[in-house]
Design a protein around this ligand. Structure first.
Ligand code: AMP
Ligand code: ZN
Length: 470
């Protein structure tokens, strides 16, 4: 299998550290509001990559963090007049709901920065002891980039270039730094902000150290794959390498994978620019599986421009997949259980050819665009080859293939959304019924609203409560 490694700047063969096992770390979101579909791109593409590794038989140890201490969270908390953890806990919960909707497998571990402070302090202490970090007068701890001759090896920048980029910037605290590129490992608390005790001052960690520590703790000092959006290459991932390798003296990571941006009108979708759609905006209009097909319709490193036309194309493609699986499921109940005919055998060979094309696409640096095309060929062949005259074996084999590739690897559910949603909706309807019985109409209304936000409308009928998608 080939992966494009950002550090080596080329496609290389993937060889895991330990046979049959893959350790993978994907930088997760800062939790201060609902995630947008740009944030969903790394989630979906690396979840698909993980699923393919599992399809190949690897055991994948997959870690993805939540950044739950950050200026943006603190500002959001101030604006609402609540504690920062109220904001972060709320949006972790919302993010997990979006991930479940998008059929993203839960990570093996989803660590949170605020719960790993002790480990970060230990790592910072190691860096000070190793001569890679220093403490300024006010208790700020900086990483010294000059202490690391390899600094810049991921982003292929050298210190002089970085310096010229920084020269015009005046950042407070800059005068304490030995080199303007030195970055914060620990910083003193500010009035009204969360803080932790440390040997240097009461304060909180810089952003980069959390991923170095969580990767070490849950995956070990050297890991197979580290991934995230390409905006993280510099400084975030460059700094993670400096910290992790400075502390352990070992290589941090063997392969670096970075997804390209999801754009809108050819500009990066981002919260700060305000040019974004939340996952929630999209899933109120489309099945989340349509979003998945759309995101995977491009190879992950290429820019992908969001448009209604492309979403409509993915919607039509999803309908074709569902119509096919509906038909096959219906046929499998009806058709005769007999040997495969020669024609069916030939058709399954054709399908097998597309399975091979699918696998080759995935082996070629996670090329989900070509993998999707192979799936559409399989759907076409299945539609053309199947009828009431088919054998049960033939129909079942088609269903197995579609299930393995579409549900299994692409993570696109081929059961109708209503079935997947059933459980959650039924549970909420039940809870609403209880609330009404208890005359807690405020709660009942809140649940109705929650369902509405999920795109579900309720109708109270004589036979009980019915629901449908808006
Ligand atoms: P953030 O919450 O901004 O730290 O982002 C979380 C993850 O989403 C990171 O891996 C980012 O690189 C990624 N990301 C943010 N915006 C986009 C975008 N427009 N397209 C692709 N990835 C993005
Ligand atoms: Zn990170």
């Amino acid at each position: 299998m080939k992966i494009f490694d950002t550090m080596q700047r080329r496609k290389v063969d993937f060889v895991p550290i330990e046979e049959g096992r893959v350790s993978m770390y994907v930088c997760g979101p800062t939790v201060y509001n609902l995630i947008h579909i740009g944030n969903a791109r790394p989630m979906i593409v690396f979840d698909t990559f993980r699923r393919y590794l599992e399809y190949k038989g690897y055991t994948v140890n997959y870690v993805s963090n939540f950044t739950d201490v950050d200026d943006k969270i603190i500002n959001a908390a101030k604006a609402e007049g609540v504690a920062p953890e109220v904001i972060s806990e709320r949006y972790i919960k919302e993010c997990k709901r979006d991930m479940a909707d998008m059929n993203i497998k839960p990570a093996t571990v989803h660590p949170q920065a605020t719960k790993e402070i002790d480990g970060m302090i230990e790592m910072i202490q190691k860096l000070i002891d190793n001569g890679h970090a220093y403490v300024a007068e006010d208790g700020t701890v900086y990483f010294s980039v000059e202490s690391d001759p390899d600094y810049g090896k991921l982003s292929h920048k050298n210190l002089d270039e970085m310096m010229s980029g920084l020269r015009s910037l005046k950042v407070s605290g800059e005068e304490q730094k030995k080199n303007p590129n030195d970055f914060v490992l620990w910083k003193p608390k500010k009035e009204g902000e969360p803080y932790w005790e440390s040997p240097w001052c009461d304060g909180r960690p810089g952003w980069h150290i959390e991923c170095s520590e969580m990767s070490r703790k849950y995956l070990g000092e050297t890991i197979d794959i580290h991934a995230g959006g390409e905006d993280l290459i510099f400084p975030h991932h460059e700094n993670e390498i400096a910290q992790s390798e400075g502390a352990s003296g070992k290589p941090f990571c063997h392969y670096w994978m970075h997804n390209g941006f999801l754009n809108i009108n050819n500009k990066k979708m981002s919260k700060s620019e305000g040019n974004f759609f939340t996952v929630r905006d999209i899933t109120s209009q489309y099945d989340p599986m349509v979003l998945r097909l759309f995101i995977l319709s491009a190879q992950y490193r290429t820019p992908l421009n969001f448009s209604k036309e492309l979403m409509e194309q993915s919607k039509a493609a999803y309908e074709r997949i569902l119509n096919c699986t509906d038909k096959l499921k219906e046929l499998s109940e009806k058709v005769e259980d007999r040997e495969l005919s020669a024609e069916e055998q030939a058709s399954l060979e054709t399908v097998q050819g597309y399975v091979k094309a699918f696998e080759e696409a995935m082996e070629d640096d996670n090329n989900t665009a070509n993998a999707e095309s192979a799936v559409y060929e399989i759907i076409r062949e299945a539609n053309a080859g199947s009828s009431e005259a088919s054998s049960k074996q033939y129909i079942q084999r088609l269903l197995e293939v579609i299930h393995a590739l579409v549900d299994g690897v692409l993570g696109v559910r081929t059961d109708r959304k209503t079935e997947a949603l059933n459980e959650e909706v039924e549970r909420l309807i039940e809870e609403r019924g209880q609330a009404r019985k208890a005359r807690d109409f405020a709660r009942a209304d809140a649940i109705r609203q929650q369902l509405l936000d999920m795109g579900i409308v309720l109708e109270d009928t004589r036979e009980g409560v019915k629901w449908k998608r808006v």
